[in-house]
Design a protein around this ligand. Sequence first.
Ligand code: HEM
Length: 468
Amino acid sequence: KKLPPGPTGLPILGNLLQLGTRPHESLSEMAKRYGPLMTVRLGSVTTIIASSPETAKEILQNHDDAFASRPIPDSVASQPNPEGTLAWVPADHRWRNRRRICNNHLFTTQSLDLLRHFRHRKVLQLLAHIKRHCDAGTPVEIGSLAFGTTLNLMSNMIFSVDVVDPDFMTAQEFKELVWRIMEDAGKPNLSDYFPILKRFDLQGVRRHVRVSYLKLHEIFDEIIGKRLKARASDKITRHGDFLDVLLDECQLDGSDFSVETIKPLILDLFIAGGDAFGSATEWAMAELLRSPEALKKARRELLEVIGPQGEVKDSDIDRLPYIQAILKETLRLHLPAPFLLPYVAGDDVEVGGYTINKGSRVLINAWSLSRDPKYWDDPLSFKPERFLGSNLDYKGRDFAYIPFGAGRRICPGLPLAHRMVNLILASILYSFDWKLPEGITPENLDMTKQCGITLRKAIPLSIIPLIE
Ligand code: HEM
């Protein structure tokens, strides 16, 4: 069997040290030498890196059966009942069941249409908060505000309550706990590179992250407990939210759902959704403040479509091609998940004349695909125009551009993300003009990325809202 080629590594550590602080960049450089299907050894774990649209398509589409499962990171495994998650379980009947329920009750066009008023209300609360900063002339951290707005949107879809103070003053605990989990889960962890060392938890990641997991599970316990009590009484207690659906499922004969296993599923939705939304909004605004022409064009489109005295609604998004192009271009340059989520080979599979052995980890370097000069003209420049009049979108059909992944494990939140991030972006651009704080110019705005569970801006973007 011929393994894909790759760099020679050190004894024990393998190629771990060659990853550096920005693994998507270093692996992209290595792929130039070793090819679009490359083997690296990360500690004791053999990992295959796919870095071309062709190899990504082979893995995610032509052999999606063999690459349908994921390895579970040690930090995720530290929460109670980790087998209840959606993102980190093998693609078996339980995974299918969870995807079906999420798809049918959260992400269909019909359910998204029904929740329009929630999204609208959450965006109005965000705008009211920004207005206060505008009146005071103080800057806002736009990524963090978008993150909080998303958590409340999700918590209303799931539980019919706000988990973050909609005025962004108090009740930030939920937000901080989710943030802390993302920070901990995003740190390189020796237990994942040397599974034999797991039980020693040498960096204390498992112990540390478990505290946040337990606190969030406690918050969920309280909400679920209240709902169960109400359901047991005679009152009319249906809220029509996702928790109702999950509790109904728990009651079915032979159900693989229980009150314990729905908590990791709910948490997955908060973690997967919140950070990606926050990061996409923040990068889009950073790029626009570096490209005053694009910012002007976006505001002009909004004024023409919405008129001078209106409000952006989610039904307007289809009529805002330039805003949509800004989001697409942002996700091309700043994919929240540069390697998507990891896969594990369920079988020996032949790809491009090489064998990927059963049990190998597989990473798709989607960051590298969406900057490859073979497929993109002037790939490092921010040019939303490249998406205007083009059929290219992020639905996983074109393998040079897969910020939401592709194949059977493509992001289920894509339809919500499409509506919500476009709505937030359009609303904040329509209601305010924006400028950088004193001393920061479009040329010296720091765009350094920080690798964690997502690729965030290392220095949070702080910008000043204005009303003309
Ligand atoms: C800008 C927004 C978002 C981006 C860029 C994004 C991106 C991704 C990516 C790249 C994956 C991995 C796909 C793969 O491995 O092929 C993923 C998986 C996932 N995403 Fe998203 N996502 C976003 C928003 C959301 C939202 C809003 C939710 C839920 C409310 C969500 C829930 C999930 C879940 C549950 C998975 C795991 C699916 C599975 O393994 O079956 N995402 N997302």
